[in-house]
Design a protein around this ligand. Structure first.
Ligand code: AMP
Length: 209
């Protein structure tokens, strides 16, 4: 199954993609996670994009598309994948069309107030990328990852100023993809206001044959 998870930041795409990856046994390809891995490793790409991510702006299309092209060329993505956070612009969607067909685009639908509450409470394990929320999905021990025991961090772009910028960037650059994929009969709306289990149940329902 070849899927795109579309929706505003904080809609739960990463959390649901982690569940879907296990369920459907397909790789979860998050461009945000790929960029963060480059930043952590101090690669040339990481150095190039670090400030952009910190502000919540978009990395240039050419850079992002090339990274995704390489990732989709890896053997584990041959039969299926979940793209989480890509495409985010019409140019990226056009580029993706040249790389692979798609079975569906799940559009996670959520109000701005809920998005802000979710993002500002979000915490992450830096080494595994595992995501928590201080209220809705807390770790077993406050402030620490369930499996590795490492201290959880708050992403720079989950601070309030960057959140507002990311929402604006989403409206301007990514929102037009909803019509883009609707016109191509690929868009499937999913109410993303529930718990991760509830949202994932809806996703499974809409993807069931
Ligand atoms: P995410 O984890 O999906 O919220 O992505 C974190 C950040 O990575 C975004 O705010 C952008 O700076 C960058 N990023 C992720 N995916 C893309 C993309 N498809 N195009 C451009 N920038 C991206």
């Amino acid at each position: 199954m070849k899927l795109v998870f579309l929706g505003p930041p904080g809609a739960g795409k990463g959390t649901i993609a982690a569940l879907a990856k296990e369920h459907y046994q397909i790789p979860h390809i998050s461009t945000g996670d790929l960029f963060r891995a480059h930043i952590k490793e101090h690669t040339p790409l990481g150095l190039e994009v670090e400030a952009i991510l910190g502000r919540g702006d978009l990395v240039p299309d050419s850079v992002t598309v090339e990274m995704v092209r390489q990732r989709l060329g890896e053997p584990d993505a041959a039969d299926g994948f979940i793209l989480d956070g890509f495409p985010r612009t019409i140019a990226q969607a056009d580029a993706l069309k040249g790389m692979s067909g798609l079975d569906g685009v799940i559009n996670f639908v959520l109000d701005d107030e809920v998005i802000i509450a979710r993002l500002s409470g979000r915490r992450m394990c830096k080494s595994t990328g595992r995501i928590y929320h201080i209220l809705y999905n807390p770790p077993k021990r406050e402030g620490f990852d369930d499996e590795t025991g490492e201290p959880l961090i708050q992403r720079a772009d989950d601070q309030i100023e960057a959140i507002h910028n990311r929402l604006e960037v989403y409206q301007r650059q990514t929102f037009p993809l909803i019509d883009y994929y609707r016109e191509r009969n690929l868009l499937i709306d999913v109410d993303a206001s529930g718990s991760p289990d509830e949202i994932f149940a809806l996703v499974k329902e809409v993807l069931a044959p």
